[in-house]
Structure formats: C-alpha cells, structure tokens
Design a protein around this ligand. Structure first.
Ligand code: UDX
Length: 436
C-alpha cells in the first residue's frame, strides 16, 4: 500500500510551529510520512525537535538569517520567494522517489501555498491555528461587513451580530480591525487567504479546536469545509496514547526545568501561572504593575518574563524587586508551558490569550485571567469570559494599564471559594469535553 505523505509547512514562529508539529505527530501515528518544512532560521533554533520514524525535516533558507521579523512585509515576501522554490523542489523530488505528496498542510501567513499547490497538482489544506470563530469574523469582514465595521470600530456602543458567534463589541474584535491597527498589511494577508479559500470548492480548513467548544462557529460558513481536529496538544496530556509525548518539541528557547520540582512541592490549584506569549512585550511600567499585583496576591506564582533584548537599564527596575518576588514565586525566561499548565498545582492562568495558550488552558482545566494584546487575542478573551465562562478579563485603568490591584482582584475572584466556583467548574467541564 502506498504510504500517505504530507508536507506540513509552518510559518517560522512559535505559535505556528507548536500546533503544526503536533499535527505532524498525529499524522505519523496513523502511519503517514511527514516532511516538516519551516525556515532555516527557525529550524536551527528549535531545541528539542522530535526524532520519530516517519518524520523528516526539510528547512529552507528564508533569506533573513537573523530570524523572522513578524509583520515585516519584506520578510513575508522573502518567505514566499524562497518557500515557493523549496516546496516545488520537495514535491518534485518526492514524486521521483515514489513518495508522491498527498497533501500540503500550511498556516495562514503562508497565503501563497494553495496557489502553488494547485500549480503542482497537489491538494492543500489550511491548518487554522486560531479559533473557528476568528476565521468566521475575517470571512464576514471581507464578505459584506468591512464598511460597517470600519465605520463603527471606534464606537463603544456598537454591537456586531454574526451567524454562529456571540455579539461582539469593538474590544472583542481582532486588533487588525481597530483604528489603532498598525498591521494593515496583515489584514491584506487575511484578505488574500479568504479569497484563496473561496476560489476552491468547499476548501478544507483543519481547525485547532474541538466540536463541543465551537459547534456553531465551525458551521457558520457554508462555503468552507471546516473540520475540528484539535486540541493539538501533546498526547500525554490529552489521550495518553503516547505517554512519552509530553511537549510540542519545537521550542525556540531552551531553559532548565527547575520549576517543575518547585511546582510539585505546591498544593493542588494553589499556583498562579503568568505568561504573555511569544509575540507581545509588555512595557516595563506594566510589568512592574503585574509584579506588584502578584506580590499582593500572596500566593505562589510562576511568571514567564522574556529576556529583554534591548534597554537593559529599564530591566533593572524589575530585577530590583526580584528578591521580593522570589519569596513567593519563580520568574523564568521560558518554561514548557503545556507541562506547567497540566501540573495539578496550577490554579489560575494569567494569559495574553494567544490561541495555543487558550486551548492549552482549556485542556488543562485551569480558569483564566485574560489580558489580550493583539491579533485574535481580544476575541479569544471574549470567548473565554462570556461563551465558555471560564475566566475574567482584566480592566485597564485610565492610563491604559492593568494595575496591580486589578490583577489581585481578578486572580482572587477566580481562585477563591465562592466567587470562582462556577468558572472553575466550567474549566473542569471543558477539560473533559476536550478529551472527546
Ligand atoms: C501568536 C499570536 O499571539 C496568537 O494570538 C496566535 O493565535 C498564534 O500566534 P503567541 O503569542 O506565540 O501566538 O501565543 P500562543 O498562541 O499562546 O503560542 C505560544 C506557544 O508557546 C504555546 O504553545 C505555549 O505553550 C508556548 N510557550 C510559551 C511555552 O512553551 N513556554 C513559554 O514560556 C511561553
């Protein structure tokens, strides 16, 4: 029998690599061969790449050896130029080796892949790494709602009703719709993506979500064939079929795992885990407020603070109260987040609501305190609070900051006996439903 052969092509960023690699592992488990394709610069930095029979890596030069500059159009173009050539070579070589490519699976910032796949006469499928609801929103924006959204995106009383979705106000929109949007070109990529999908008859969209979570959103667009294939989470924390699969395996940062012993020493549901993902950077003033709030909670915490790459002087301000922070918690530059969230000691997740973080929090059954930054994150925060009812959203002060007191208020509400009972119960329910 001919072995299925998938090219899984990932945009070179952590939030894309993790679900893509996890999907690759799933394909291998059903006996397929996977060639995992990303840029050289990302591949070189991947610290713990899985070495599995049936999985080969085919990195290509993206022409930007210092690593991806997300949102930089030059980089996106270079990726297209180099990536098109690399994929073409791979498809041709595979056919010559009698390992014909069955399907090319790609992420949303690689909008050029479906056209290339058509030219190469190979089927393609989008691996959508955000919730189905967000794909729906982009679809409707480019299909009749652009004017109404653009006219009202600054009006706090405006409320948008879309099929299969909760009512959305401006603070719930993907950030690219807002007047403050600095990523107009990103919106143009979404336009291209939707247009490409519409060119196909019932385009295949594989969504990193699950039926129970997004039944209506998955069916909102008749034109697409949206299938929930998530949650894309290491098997050890989901179905247990592969107990050795405990991490995604594509970490772009390496770190010691000292924090695991520390977590294991803490009582059940006692620790606050804080992380704002890989693409956002909080201001030093904001970080200070987060630190103040965490200290005031008087609970153990694990806080991921990215190593600053510039302005070391400002960083000193955080380090100044590091001694005090260390009395209650740990501050680390990186951790294996999925392992942390699934540790029984975690009682609350303070998150930026990147979709991977959100779905990891749901699978772990941990209630969330949300502080969305950009992209799909505001919509994800809305779903967490009002649809799945498993968390709260932090309010901003007049200066646009989340103050320490606000963080303390939300963490306490979520973690304490009565106030958070419903949210904690819902979190446990999603944990069960995620397992199917
Ligand atoms: C970006 C966008 O912000 C997000 O909205 C979009 O859905 C995907 O791309 P990012 O900021 O990287 O994502 O956040 P997220 O989607 O949560 O992905 C981060 C991944 O890195 C998660 O899988 C998380 O488990 C992992 N991670 C993060 C770690 O393993 N350790 C860390 O210390 C931080």
């Amino acid at each position: 029998m001919v072995q299925l052969h998938f090219l899984v092509v990932s945009f070179p960023a952590q939030g894309h690599i993790n679900p893509s690699l996890q999907f690759a592992k799933r394909l291998i488990r059903i006996g397929a061969h996977v060639t995992f394709v990303t840029s050289n610069s990302a591949h070189r930095r991947m610290t713990n790449t899985p070495s599995l029979e049936g999985l080969t890596y085919a990195p290509f030069s993206d022409g930007c050896d210092d690593g991806p500059k997300l949102g930089d159009f030059h980089f996106i173009h270079e990726l297209k130029r180099h990536g098109s050539r690399a994929l073409t070579d791979l498809v041709v070589a595979a056919a010559n080796d009698h390992q014909k490519v069955t399907c090319i699976v790609y992420n949303f910032l690689l909008t050029w892949v479906p056209e290339l796949a058509r030219d190469l006469h190979v089927p393609s499928a989008l691996l959508w790494i955000q919730p189905a609801a967000v794909l729906d929103i982009y679809y409707y924006y480019f299909n009749g709602y652009e004017d109404v959204i653009d006219r009202n995106n600054n009006d706090p009383s405006f409320c948008l009703e879309l099929p299969g979705l909760p009512s959305l106000t401006c603070i719930d929109f993907p950030s690219f719709f807002l007047p403050s949007n600095t990523g107009l070109h990103v919106l143009s990529l979404f336009r291209e993506l939707i247009q490409n999908l519409e060119k196909e008859n019932k385009a295949r969209v594989l969504v990193n979500s699950f039926e129970a979570l997004e039944a209506e959103a998955l069916r909102s667009i008749d034109k697409f064939n949206m299938v929930a294939i998530g949650p894309l989470i290491p098997s050890a924390f989901l179905d247990g079929k592969d107990p050795s699969d405990t991490s995604f395996g594509g970490d772009l940062i390496s770190s010691s795992m000292d924090y695991m012993d520390w977590l294991n020493s803490k009582p059940e549901a006692s620790v606050v885990y804080v992380s704002f993902g890989t693409t956002s950077a909080l201001s030093k003033t904001q970080e200070k407020e987060i630190g103040r709030g965490l200290l005031e909670c008087r609970r153990p915490f694990l806080w991921v603070v990215k190593q600053p790459t510039e302005n070391g002087k400002e960083e000193g301000e955080i380090l100044e109260n590091m001694e005090e922070l260390k009395k209650y918690g740990m501050v680390v530059p990186w951790c294996s987040q999925v392992e942390v969230l699934c540790n029984p000691s975690i009682g609350c997740f303070v998150t930026h609501c990147g979709w991977n973080s959100t779905i990891e929090g749901l699978v772990a059954g941990v209630p969330m305190v949300t502080f969305p930054q950009w992209s799909d994150q505001p919509t994800n925060a809305k779903l967490i609070k009002d649809v799945w009812k498993t968390g709260l959203r932090l309010n901003l002060s007049e200066e646009g900051l989340v103050k320490g007191d606000e963080l303390k208020r939300c963490v306490e509400t979520v973690m304490e006996e009565e106030s958070g009972e419903e949210m904690r119960k819902n979190a446990k329910r999603w944990k069960e439903l995620a397992r199917g």
